[in-house]
Structure formats: C-alpha cells, structure tokens
Design a protein around this ligand. Sequence first.
Ligand code: DC
Length: 229
Amino acid sequence: MKKIIVAIDGFSSCGKSTMAKKLAGETGYIYVDTGAMYRAVSLYCIQNGWMTETDMNEVEIKKHIHSIRIDFRTNAEGISETYLNNKNVESEIRTLEVANGASRVSTLGFVRRELVRQQQLMGEKKGIVMDGRDIGTVVFPTAELKIFLTASPEIRAERRYLEMKEKDENVIFEEVLANVLERDDRDQNRAESPLRKADDAFVIDNSVLTEKQQQDILKKLFVEKTTSN
Ligand code: DC
C-alpha cells in the first residue's frame, strides 16, 4: 500500500479533527491539526500583548514570527497535544478568545507563509492526515486524497455549544452561532488563502450523517487511493 497525503478542509466546528484523528489512528498516519498552529500563534500574540480585542500589532508579530516553534507530541494516553516553544498549550488554545484571535492572525500573509512552510516540512515523507482550511488548495495541492467537510451553521453551533456546556462553560447558544457565522465569513472572505473547496476534493456534508457513516465513506476513499496506481 502506498503512503499518501490526506488533506481535510472545511468550516469550523465541522468535526474535521475527529475525522482526521480517527483515520490517522486506524492507519498509523501522523495527524496534524493546523488550526491548533494558528491558535498557538494567537495565544503567543495575546500573551505578549500584541493582540487585544480591538487591536493587532502586526509589526511586532512580524518581528517575532520566526521565533514561534510549534510541534505536536503524543501523551501517555496516545493523544496528540500542541506545544508552543516547548510548553504544552493544548488546553489554553481551546478557548473562544484564542479561537477569535486565531481567526484574525490567520488573515496575515506572513503568518500563513511561515505556518504553511512548517506544514509542508511535516508532510515531506507523506503518511500524514492534515486538517485545516487551505490544505488541499495551498499546503498540499497535489495531495492524493482531498476531503471538503461541511455541515449547516446551526448544526455546527449546536455541537460546539454542547461541547462547551459539558466543560461547564457559561455559554449562550445565540452567541456560539454568531461566532460560527463570523468565523465562516472571515475564513471565506479573507484575501490570503480563503477557505474554498479544491476542484478535486470530495465533499462530505455531515449534517445528517452519523460519525460511523462519515468514517466509512472516508475509509473507503482512503483504501481506493492507497491501492490504486
Ligand atoms: O480549525 P480551528 O477552529 O482550530 O482553526 C482556528 C482558526 O485558524 C480558524 O479561524 C481558521 C484558521 N485556520 C486557517 O486559516 N487555516 C488553517 N489551515 C487552519 C486554521
């Protein structure tokens, strides 16, 4: 079976990472969550005071972008966690504040170029499942298997809302929905690498699919791609 690159793109809170992680686990491929990389940059900017709710200091971010090192390490339970300059930031990057910041720093061309460079290095040997917004279009335009995952904004907001409620976060559904719509708008309309489906990507709309149905479709496509010439 040949080793391939699996690129999974789509809107926020679509379940891309669940899908990607599962496939990586089943196939022994490396999993890379590129959203976590933009979140780590966002956290770094917030911690250094270069990003507030209203401002973003592009000059300082540009000056320091090459001193941001992001990598993924597997913990004792076999779960991949995000490290920023050698510090585990996996839980810190999952807040709404950091997500909003990530959506803003990801509009900066110099941030995207640096992260894309790091992502391309990670995929040099193939055998990788990478999820994000521009993986099939910019990072790996020649990836053997490209998926574009989508679901309605209301369904995505509901999933996110339930997830946050479970963690005891004080959230209001309308706010989560507004946040999903705002991020969709920014992801699709930014000048640099906007979210779009690659021409050769398979679309999976999981609004009405169970996780198992979705995974079966993905696995079938994976087997086809790894066994074909
Ligand atoms: O998938 P996520 O919610 O963790 O992503 C966080 C933000 O990063 C999101 O607003 C979009 C952005 N992003 C991006 O622009 N390109 C990627 N390849 C991955 C994420």
